[in-house]
Design a protein around this ligand. Sequence first.
Ligand SMILES: NC(=O)c1ccc[n+]([C@@H]2O[C@H](COP(=O)([O-])OP(=O)(O)OC[C@H]3O[C@@H](n4cnc5c(N)ncnc54)[C@H](OP(=O)(O)O)[C@@H]3O)[C@@H](O)[C@H]2O)c1
Length: 284
Amino acid sequence: MLLVLGANGQLGQGFKNAWPNDRIIYVDRTECDITKQDHVAATLDRCKPTIVINCAAYTDVNKAETDEGHVACTLINTTAVEILATETAKRNIPLIHISTDYVFDGQKNTPYTTTDTPSPINYYGQSKLDGENAFLKYARYGAIIRISHLSSEFGKNIVKTFHSLLKALPEMKVVSDQKICLTTTADIVNFVYKLSNLNPLKNSKNIYHLGSKDACTFFDLATEIKNTIQSKTALTPISLESFSGPVKRPLYSVLDTQSAQEIIDCPSWKKSVHNIIQTLEEEQ
Ligand SMILES: NC(=O)c1ccc[n+]([C@@H]2O[C@H](COP(=O)([O-])OP(=O)(O)OC[C@H]3O[C@@H](n4cnc5c(N)ncnc54)[C@H](OP(=O)(O)O)[C@@H]3O)[C@@H](O)[C@H]2O)c1
């Protein structure tokens, strides 16, 4: 039995949509606040999962830079991961934890491998790296899956945002010098499905990079969506520096997905965008 924590977020909804069956237990913040050790212990004892998947996180990168954001971000992205790792380890349960390309500083110009040294440049990235370190210290078995620019038909994400802006605005300025990968909730569900049947998850701890097999910029993304929906919005390329304001973001955050490619066939970013746009258009 798999247990999904943080089930109401974008990724949690992706799991629910793909695996609505009775082999999965979905638990949201009201049922299990992962920052509370007693909630986590009681949930694990009640559900008796064979694998725990942590989809819960503090994901507001801008707010994370504020004093109030620092506290909440550290509690959810770091302290709670230590609690999850400790409580799952006590019960010999593998933990799958989701992390981010934002653990890297973006100074490279070749894809980040799982052996590259993280060096975050914003508070969110630091809190996620501290969470990874808590996982590596306290978890017994499991996996950290680093992803990049999570997108889907659920929640808030860059593909959905561009899709609605390209229907509403006559013109848009879009960052064209930041290189990224795109990870979809479908990629993660697919990857976790395969991983959950493999032995390494049940007797070791590994880090994986999961995302599109090729890289793009936000300008590439917006252009592809514009062409797909035949939007008339005029797009103007701008630099990340002129856009990003007080929060630093990595200029280059492409993940080397070789470790994940050994387990699933990672799609191209264009294929992922087309799948999401097709679903969004069908919903309208
Ligand atoms: N979004 C991206 O572009 C991106 C990129 C790289 C990595 N990631 C990582 O991918 C994972 C999933 O992200 P996402 O986009 O699905 O995030 P999301 O939509 O913001 O969802 C996060 C969920 O966590 C829940 N949560 C927050 N604090 C909690 C707590 N104390 N106890 C239990 N649940 C709690 C939230 O509950 P409420 O609904 O009650 O607020 C929300 O449902 C995260 O680890 C994130 O760091 C995301």
